[in-house]
Design a protein. Structure first.
Ligand SMILES: Nc1ncnc2c1ncn2[C@@H]1O[C@H](COP(=O)(O)OP(=O)(O)OP(=O)(O)O)[C@@H](O)[C@H]1O
Ligand SMILES: O=P(O)(O)OC[C@H]1O[C@H](OP(=O)(O)OP(=O)(O)O)[C@H](O)[C@@H]1O
Ligand SMILES: O=C(O)c1cccnc1
Length: 476
């Protein structure tokens, strides 16, 4: 486990030093992590990175070298640096399960801890969860566009560095990919690794046919050939068919071909005709080359004969929407046992946070479809045997009443009193959970473009609390 304790912005540490000097560092506070807009301009966001956040908290400590470095900055008092020597996370953290689908303005993670601890972890929490949630969401969109065809993550070489390539591969698997080309990700996260061959393989031999024969010789049962180095329809596919026939005559089953350039719709349809005529009707026709959910949707609607997708650059970088803007905001501060809700008033009404220590429930209809989320204060309860009326937090006259419904509380304890309560799951288990989650969402929320907006409402008590706070803050 890496020591990421200094993976923070300097201002967190200068604030910590200040809280310490003012003797308010032990005050118990509540922070919420949430985002204001869904990842990838979509209708939902898949939360990912919780496992790495848990590792980060479990390993949070200032080593002697860390303290030495901080001392060299000449910004911190000796007493404060001595205090940091024994730093240990002792607070509570509530989080949704990794792989949960979430929507704007909902607390994904709520931290209730001494001020100096809760403040320090902001930056690492955001960098870990923002990135992985972004890529998991992107991957799920790509997989939805592929309509059940396998999607393979090919992006490491074009990722924003080794960590992004590796944790991005993890997130892509969580979002629904069938495998990754990243071998380190395969080892670290126990996920399937896959691969074909590069153009360099084909170029290295005197002829394309020789290169295919050599590959078939080494991997007779894993023979998927890259057919676009010279000419797909005049050379690549005919040569692949020769090699496949030879393999079949020796009792091996060829896997298929990969197209990496040109008009993928036309080439795939023509290649499929040639393969079918040669008796290879069920091979994989894999396509790659700058694909994303939009190109795949177009290729599908144009009848491309592609049944497997290799997606690299635009997946691992979420190229058209390259960040998720998750934030971490102070929502409450305790004075003894009494809680003081906190709000950030902004010129931009979208940026006003929901105050207080909260929890969140999801409301499902009788068929198990998610209908709305409901953010409540932590001590509120719902009696699901009675009708529940929820209202739009801005256009308050818009309301809906649920008669027959079930509810699920989304937050679970990750840490209580500093003790880890997290149940570790494998990446494949998280991926399965994501599929369950997606099946609870109406198609309209999963639309690639112009999705319907999911309802996220506030309890009356929370809404009143927020309105009253806003009134009192008007002239502060
Ligand atoms: N956030 C909300 N909470 C509760 N009810 C809502 C919310 N948004 C809309 N409604 C209700 O949903 C109905 C349709 O309203 P509208 O067309 O404005 O929204 P919508 O997003 O299409 O919602 P719906 O999915 O319910 O059709 C109305 O009964 C409206 O009062
Ligand atoms: O297009 P992407 O979605 O980013 O997918 C990854 C790309 O990486 C490879 O190309 P590259 O030219 O790097 O190597 P190659 O010689 O193997 O084609 C591969 O052929 C894909 O085109
Ligand atoms: O195995 C492949 O085909 C592959 C791997 C990485 C990038 N592009 C393609």
């Amino acid at each position: 486990m890496r020591n990421l304790t200094l993976l923070t912005d300097l201002y967190q540490l200068t604030m910590l030093n200040g809280y310490f000097e003012k003797n308010i560092h032990e005050d118990i506070v509540v922070f919420d992590m949430f985002f204001r807009k869904n990842a990838c301009n979509g209708g939902y966001t898949i939360v990912s990175g919780i496992e790495q956040f848990v590792d980060y908290i479990n390993n949070l400590h200032f080593s002697d070298e860390d303290l030495e470095y901080l001392r060299s900055l000449k910004l911190f008092s000796d007493n404060f640096l001595t205090f940091l020597k024994d730093f240990k996370f002792t607070g509570d953290i509530y989080s949704v399960e990794e792989g949960t689908i979430m929507f704007p303005n909902e607390p994904i993670i709520t931290v209730k801890a001494p001020l100096y601890q809760a403040q320090l972890i902001e930056t690492a929490l955001l960098t870990i969860v923002n990135f992985q949630s972004l890529i998991a969401t992107k991957a799920s969109r790509v997989c939805l566009a592929a309509q059940g065809d396998p999607v393979f993550e090919f992006g490491l070489r074009r990722a924003q560095g080794p960590d992004a390539g590796t944790y991005g591969a993890r997130a892509a698997m969580i979002g629904g990919c069938h495998g990754t080309a990243n071998v380190l990700a395969g080892k670290l996260f126990d996920v399937p690794v896959i691969g074909t061959q590069a153009h360099s393989w084909v170029q290295k031999f005197d002829t394309e046919l020789e290169s295919f024969e050599a590959y078939a010789d080494v991997y007779p049962d894993k023979c998927l050939l890259l057919v676009d180095t010279y000419n797909v329809l005049n050379s690549g596919v005919p040569n692949a068919i020769k090699v496949f026939k030879d393999l079949a005559s020796k009792g091996h089953k060829p896997l298929g071909i990969r197209l990496d350039s040109g008009d993928l719709q036309y080439l795939s349809v023509e290649a499929k005709k040639m393969l079918d005529e040669a008796g290879f009707t069920d091979l994989s026709i894999t396509a790659s080359n700058d694909l994303d959910e939009y190109t795949i949707t177009n290729l599908k609607s144009e009848g491309a004969a592609i049944n497997s997708w290799g997606v690299g650059t635009k997946l691992i970088t979420s190229a058209d929407s390259p960040s998720l803007g998750g934030v971490y905001k102070l929502a409450a501060s305790y004075k003894g046992d009494s809680i003081e809700p906190k709000i950030k008033v902004s010129e931009d009404p979208e940026k006003i946070n929901n105050p207080g220590f909260k929890k969140i429930i999801r409301i499902y209809n009788a068929e198990g479809k998610a209908e709305a989320d409901f953010i409540m204060l932590h001590d509120e309860e719902i009696d699901a045997t009675k009708p529940l009326t929820v209202f739009h937090p801005v256009y308050t006259w818009k309301s809906t009443t649920f008669e027959s419904y079930t509810v699920k509380e989304l937050h679970q304890p990750l840490f209580i009193g500093g003790e880890c309560k997290h149940n570790k799951k494998t990446v494949i288990e998280i991926r399965d959970y994501v599929q369950d989650e997606l099946s609870t969402l109406w198609e309209a929320y999963k639309r690639i473009s112009s999705p319907k907006v999911y309802k996220v409402d506030l309890s009356k008590k929370l809404w009143d609390l927020k309105s009253n706070l806003l009134d009192t803050k008007k002239f502060v």
